[in-house]
Design a protein around this ligand. Structure first.
Ligand SMILES: Cc1cc2nc3c(=O)[nH]c(=O)nc-3n(C[C@H](O)[C@H](O)[C@H](O)COP(=O)(O)OP(=O)(O)OC[C@H]3O[C@@H](n4cnc5c(N)ncnc54)[C@H](O)[C@@H]3O)c2cc1C
Length: 458
C-alpha cells in the first residue's frame, strides 16, 4: 500500500466505465476517492435512453477488469460472438470468423450491467464516495480544485491531490484545458463522420429465445451505410443503423413512418421481419453523431489528467473505445507500480508520453474499420485475404491478423499492432488480388508466412 504525501482525496470526474474502474483501482492502492457524476445513480433511475445499449468487450478490456478482480463476474454477463455474420440482400448469411483460433472471440455486454458492477465494486471498496447528479462545471488546473453543482443546484468546490477527467467525449476537464489552450499549448481536434447512428431493437422471441444466431455480430453492409446487431442476455438484439445525415439514403430522407418502413423493406428486408416496433423506435430514439477526438497534452501541472473518451474518443467500428479506455487504467497502474514514487507530475508525463501514440493508432484504425465493415466485407479480394489470414492463424502459432493483434493481443501496444497489421494487410491484399477463391485454398502457406515474416518483422 502507498504512503501518501498528501491527505487530500483523489477526485475522478465521471462515474462511467473508465471512471469507476479507475476509482476501484485507486481505492485498492489505498487512496480515498471522490467520484463526481452528473447523472443520477443508474441503479435507481433508468438512464439508458440514447446511450449505446451493448458493447463488444475484448481482451484489453478484460485485462483491466482482471486487475480489479472483476473479470469473472463480468464474463458471466457476456455473450460470445465468434465472428461477423454477413447478411446479403436475399437473406443469405455467411460467418466471417474473427480468428483462426477457437479461444479468440469478442463478447457482447450490456453497458448498464457493466457500469452497475463497476459502481458496486467502487463503493464496496469502502474508500470511494460517489456524488451523483453533481456535474463538474470547470476545474482550476493550477490549484487542483474541481467546481461542480450539487443536487440542490448549489455551486461547490473540492480540492484533490490528483484530478482525473473520465467524463467522456464532452469532458468538462478538457474544456477547462481548452480555456488555457495558449499557455498549455493545448491541441484539440474533433473529426465528425458524415454518418450518424440510431439504436433499434429485435425483440426476443417468446421464452426469451434469440431470433437469429446469438453468437455473432450481425452486419448488413450496404456500401454507403449499414446495419449491425449485437445480442443481449434477455434474447433481444440491439440493432444500430449507421447512415449519412444528409443526401440520398440518409436520415434526412426518413421523415415519416412510411419512409422508414419502405427504406427497411428495400434495403434490409430480412431485418425488418424482426422489427415490430421499428417506426416507433425510429422516431423516439435519438440520432447520435460519431467523432474522433484527439488532444494533447492530457495532463496539467501534475494535478490533472484526462483519460478514456475525454482524452481520445474513437468511432465505434473496431469495438475498442471502452477497451482502450479500460486499458488506460491498466497502463497508468503499471506505471504506478514501477516509477511512481508519489510524484504525480512524473507519472502523468510518463503516461501521456507513452500512451498518446496508442490512442492515436486506435483512433485511426477505428476510422479505417468503418470503411472495411461498410464497403469491403463482401469484396472478393477482401474475402480471400481474410481466408488467408485465418488459414495462417490456424497453421502458425505466431501469426496474428491485424484484427487479432488489436483485439486479442492485449500486451501489444496499439501502435505496434497497427504497424504490423498494416504491413501484413498491404501484402496480403496485393497477394489476394491475383487469386480466385478456389485457388486460395491451395496456397503454400509456409512460403507465404516466410514472405510475411521478411516483409513485416515484429
Ligand atoms: C454507438 C456506440 C457503440 C460503441 N460500441 C463500443 C464497443 O462495442 N466496444 C467498445 O469498446 N467501445 C464501444 N463504444 C465506445 C464506448 O462507449 C466509449 O469508449 C466508453 O464509454 C468510454 O468510456 P469513458 O468512461 O471514457 O466515458 P463514458 O462511458 O462516456 O463515461 C463518462 C461519464 O462521465 C459523466 N460525465 C460527463 N460529463 C460530466 C461532467 N461535466 N461532470 C460529471 N460527470 C460527467 C457521464 O455522465 C458518464 O457517466 C461505442 C460507442 C458508441 C457511441
Amino acid at each position: 500500500m502507498s504512503v501518501h504525501k498528501e491527505n487530500l482525496p483523489i477526485i475522478i470526474i465521471g462515474a462511467g466505465l473508465s471512471g469507476t474502474l479507475l476509482a476501484t483501482r485507486m481505492a485498492q492502492r489505498g487512496y480515498d476517492v471522490i467520484l463526481i457524476e452528473k447523472r443520477p445513480d443508474m441503479r435507481k433511475v433508468d438512464i439508458s435512453a440514447g446511450r449505446s445499449i451493448n458493447l463488444a468487450l475484448s481482451d484489453r478490456g478484460l485485462k483491466a477488469l482482471r486487475l480489479i478482480g472483476l473479470e469473472q463476474e463480468i464474463l458471466d454477463l457476456t455473450i460470445p460472438m465468434y465472428g461477423r455474420r454477413i447478411h446479403d440482400k436475399q437473406g443469405n448469411t455467411t460467418l466471417q470468423s474473427y480468428s483462426g483460433r477457437a479461444n479468440h472471440f469478442i463478447r457482447s455486454v450490456s453497458r448498464q450491467d457493466l457500469n452497475i458492477k463497476l459502481l458496486n465494486a467502487a463503493e464496496q471498496s469502502g474508500k470511494v464516495k460517489i456524488l451523483f447528479e453533481s456535474p463538474c462545471t470547470h476545474v482550476d488546473l493550477q490549484k487542483g480544485i474541481v467546481h461542480y453543482r450539487d443536487r440542490g443546484g448549489n455551486t461547490k468546490k473540492i480540492a484533490g491531490q490528483a484530478i482525473f477527467g473520465a467524463d467522456g467525449a464532452g469532458s468538462a476537464l478538457r474544456n477547462s484545458m481548452m480555456r488555457h489552450s495558449g499557455s498549455l499549448r493545448f491541441s484539440f481536434s474533433q473529426k465528425f463522420l458524415k454518418h450518424g447512428y440510431k439504436e433499434l431493437t429485435f425483440p426476443a422471441w417468446k421464452g426469451g429465445q434469440h431470433c437469429m444466431d446469438k453468437n455473432a455480430l450481425h452486419i448488413w453492409p450496404k456500401g454507403g451505410y449499414m446495419l449491425i446487431a449485437l445480442p443481449n442476455l434477455d434474447g433481444s438484439f440491439t440493432v444500430t443503423l449507421f447512415l449519412p445525415f444528409e443526401g440520398e439514403n440518409s436520415f434526412e430522407q426518413l421523415q415519416s413512418p412510411q419512409q422508414v418502413i419502405a427504406f427497411f423493406k428495400k434495403e434490409f428486408p430480412d431485418a425488418l421481419e424482426h422489427m415490430p416496433n421499428l417506426s416507433k423506435e425510429f422516431f423516439e430514439h435519438p440520432t447520435g453523431a460519431l467523432a474522433t477526438i484527439k488532444c494533447f497534452p492530457w495532463q496539467t501541472h501534475g494535478k490533472t489528467l484526462l483519460l478514456g473518451d475525454a482524452a481520445h474518443a474513437v468511432v465505434p467500428f473496431y469495438g475498442q473505445g471502452m477497451n482502450a479506455s479500460f486499458e488506460d487504467v491498466t497502463i497508468l497502474d503499471e506505471l504506478m507500480g514501477t516509477s511512481f514514487d508519489e510524484d504525480w507530475l512524473k507519472l502523468f508525463k510518463r503516461y501521456e508520453s507513452i500512451r498518446k501514440r496508442d490512442a492515436d493508432a486506435i483512433g485511426d484504425m477505428a476510422e479505417e474499420n468503418y470503411y472495411e465493415m461498410r464497403d469491403k466485407v463482401q469484396d472478393t479480394t477482401f474475402v480471400i485475404k481474410r481466408k488467408l489470414d485465418l488459414a495462417l492463424e490456424q497453421t502458425f502459432e505466431d501469426y496474428h491478423s491485424k484484427y487479432a493483434l488489436v483485439t486479442f493481443q492485449e500486451d501489444i501496444p496499439y501502435h505496434l499492432a497497427m504497424q504490423k497489421g498494416h504491413c501484413q494487410d498491404d501484402y496480403l491484399m496485393q497477394f489476394s488480388s491475383n487469386l480466385n477463391e478456389e485457388f486460395a485454398d491451395k496456397i503454400n502457406l509456409k512460403i507465404l508466412k516466410l514472405q510475411l515474416d521478411k516483409k513485416c518483422p515484429s
